[in-house]
Design a protein around this ligand. Sequence first.
Ligand SMILES: Cc1cc2nc3c(=O)[nH]c(=O)nc-3n(C[C@H](O)[C@H](O)[C@H](O)COP(=O)(O)OP(=O)(O)OC[C@H]3O[C@@H](n4cnc5c(N)ncnc54)[C@H](O)[C@@H]3O)c2cc1C
Length: 388
Amino acid sequence: MEFGWSTHEQAHRARVRQVLEQLLPPDWERISVHGPGSDRQTAYSREFCPALDSEGLLVPHWPRAFGGDDADVWQQFILGEEMWAAGEPRGPQYMNVNWIGPVLMRFGTPAQQQAYLPPIREGRAIWCQGFSEPSAGSDLAALRTRAVPVEGGYRVSGAKVWTSYAGHADTCFLLARVPAAEGGAEGKAGIVILLADMRSPGIQVKQIPALIGEGDIHEMFFDDVFVPADHRLGEEGQAWDIINYALQNERVGIARYEFSRRMLDRGVARLKALGRWIDPGVREKAGHALMLCEAARLLVYRIVDGKARGLPADAYGAIARWAVVLADNGVNDFLTEVLPEGLLGEDPVQQAHHQRAIAAGVASGAAEIQLNLIARRWLELPSERARP
Ligand SMILES: Cc1cc2nc3c(=O)[nH]c(=O)nc-3n(C[C@H](O)[C@H](O)[C@H](O)COP(=O)(O)OP(=O)(O)OC[C@H]3O[C@@H](n4cnc5c(N)ncnc54)[C@H](O)[C@@H]3O)c2cc1C
């Protein structure tokens, strides 16, 4: 068995690095400390993504029919690793190219594909993901935002919370429920996905001050917002399958451990410069943090390999996501202990990583849910409900 990278993959990685070197401005590190949804990073993503597109590296993994290059799963993944290692200069647009575009290709109508895919492919679309609500986060199926069927579409009312990128988004990938009293099915089958134009009358977006940076997360209020029927993605009963497909792409598509590793290497370089690297205790702790990053990498590679070979998703997905969170937290704990001055204003990059690592186990779904999945699917433990 060959565990190394092929010549072709090595060349692809070298090209991505070279393009990043060429495109990223000298003050990129200073821009990257702002959150991915901040004014600064969103504005930069609008410059960076079209430039990446002109190098053929924004959507190479998309099919040729939609303007991509039919690049394979590993090529897409290598691109993602290098973007994360560089601090994710695609900003909020990583989400569009990784999962919103592919979901539209699979489930959208030809008219939806024609309307939404070109702006994503050209790096000029900002989307937000309207899933979580005040009483529906981990338990997404409990969402209460109402989509009442009316002539020609739906009238939407409700509140969403923790929405990243909403302040700049053109379109919201919105989950809502057709109430049973209005003919909707019960439970998950009553959920619809609407591609809501964020300029529609009745949508109000409020920024939530957050640890991870200004302009990153929001509340959204929908007050009798009209969404035309042709903006519904898929059929009413199909939404849950579409969401599962989307989340599978979202959760293992992020090579976050690569950024943790970059932070660790940066911290070690600083410790060496300060003469603190000679301390064996510090080295041992660095070794532990490195081990967490590499374990996360290998577990994620296993998932990518399964995807590349067309295998069905298994319990390793949950293990990999948990490992990625442990790596981010492990590096953060190490840096906080050995370079505390970095958090006291000396190093804005370390400070930004510290803040994002705290949120890493909550954003994209609470990581503890993965432990339940590991217990059930991997350890075959009985669920709470199955206990006598
Ligand atoms: C930085 C950031 C960005 C985000 N961006 C978006 C976005 O763009 N769009 C969007 O829709 N949402 C977004 N979210 C929201 C995120 O998806 C939710 O916060 C997450 O799903 C958890 O939901 P909750 O906050 O309601 O917490 P809850 O579901 O109330 O969970 C709180 C805690 O309880 C525990 N818990 C809950 N249920 C279980 C269980 N079954 N088993 C074990 N433990 C459990 C976990 O420790 C969990 O962390 C974002 C969150 C963050 C932090």
